[in-house]
Design a binder for this molecule. Structure first.
Ligand SMILES: Nc1nc2c(ncn2[C@@H]2O[C@H](COP(=O)(O)OP(=O)(O)OP(=O)(O)O)[C@@H](O)[C@H]2O)c(=O)[nH]1
Ligand SMILES: [Mg+2]
Length: 267
């Protein structure tokens, strides 16, 4: 029967297969045996549930306002994956110093340093205050943390058929500023899916590409180096000494910068 005959390979098919093979080879070349992740975000956007989705089990408790970091490990496709869940920062008031200290401790819980920080943002209204709070708290890890950060969107089911790109455009400059800081690395996670599903593998491949592009993992000791010029020039206050770099002032959008790294594919 005609439909059972092998299809003649066209130039286009061959080019497509070659492209596919190249992609696979490139991904295999940057494959890591171990992946260390720190999950960040304000309170209640789904940090712990995202951790559970990655681990594939209910390991992080979905209790409200967790105060301490929790570390869990699993194996995904032959890789040892470590996930550190952190306390969320406060949205409407100052985050207590003890929470900030615990947050910063998260990076030290997976020595020699996390490969990526997953900044969890729930799909919904995103304001200038959200942006400022993210900047303030992510900066506790030093400016170089942005090179290792991927935005992970939760609650994406509320978008129904709206593509995430349209949501990002519609939310405007504040959300776009965050994505620009992360070189447009983002991933849409479906926290309603547990266990075997290719989304976790795809997220980990995105982390591997980040590590290849940025030249390694996040090194906590670099925060000290960043702090030095500030300490030499100014009398810093107690919080800065205890917690790392001082939160920056808003520093504009810089949206004209070209996309340097492919978005982490989310589908
Ligand atoms: N429908 C839906 N529910 C979610 C999603 N992510 C999280 N949730 C729910 O939102 C609530 C908060 O999730 P958690 O993972 O505990 O949030 P968290 O960020 O760890 O919260 P804190 O530790 O208190 O800061 C829980 O009831 C979750 O089941 C999502 O993507 N979709
Ligand atoms: Mg939690």
């Amino acid at each position: 029967m005609a439909e059972n005959k092998p299809r003649p390979t066209t130039t286009r098919d061959a080019a497509g297969t070659e492209e596919e093979a190249k992609k696979k080879a490139a991904q295999a070349a940057i494959r890591l045996d171990q992946i260390r992740l720190v999950v960040l975000g304000w309170r209640w956007p789904g940090k712990s549930l995202t951790g559970n989705t990655i681990i594939g089990r209910e390991e992080f408790r979905l209790e409200r306002a967790a105060e301490f970091c929790v570390k869990r490990q699993t194996e995904v496709d032959g890789r040892e994956v470590t996930v550190v869940d952190t306390p969320g920062w406060f949205s409407a008031q100052d985050t207590p110093p003890s929470y900030k200290q615990e947050l910063v401790r998260g990076a030290a819980l997976c020595p020699p340093g996390p490969h990526a920080f997953l900044l969890v943002i729930p799909v919904g209204m995103f304001t200038d205050v959200d942006r400022a709070r993210i900047e303030e708290h992510v900066s506790l890890f030093g400016e170089h943390v942005w090179k290792h950060t991927i935005v992970v969107f939760t609650w994406a089911e509320v978008l129904r058929t709206i593509p995430i790109e349209r949501y990002i455009r519609r939310e405007g400059k504040d959300l776009q500023w965050v994505l620009e800081k992360c070189k447009h690395r983002y991933f849409v996670i479906n926290n309603c899916i547990y266990g075997e599903h290719p989304q976790v593998g795809r997220l980990l491949e995105g982390v591997e590409r980040l590590v290849a592009n940025e030249g390694g993992y996040y090194k906590p000791e670099e925060v000290e180096k960043e702090k030095k010029p500030v300490e030499e020039n100014k009398n810093t206050d107690r919080d800065v000494r205890e917690l790392g770099a001082r939160p920056k002032q808003n520093s504009g959008l810089g949206l004209s910068k070209a996309m340097e790294v492919d978005p982490v594919p989310s589908k």
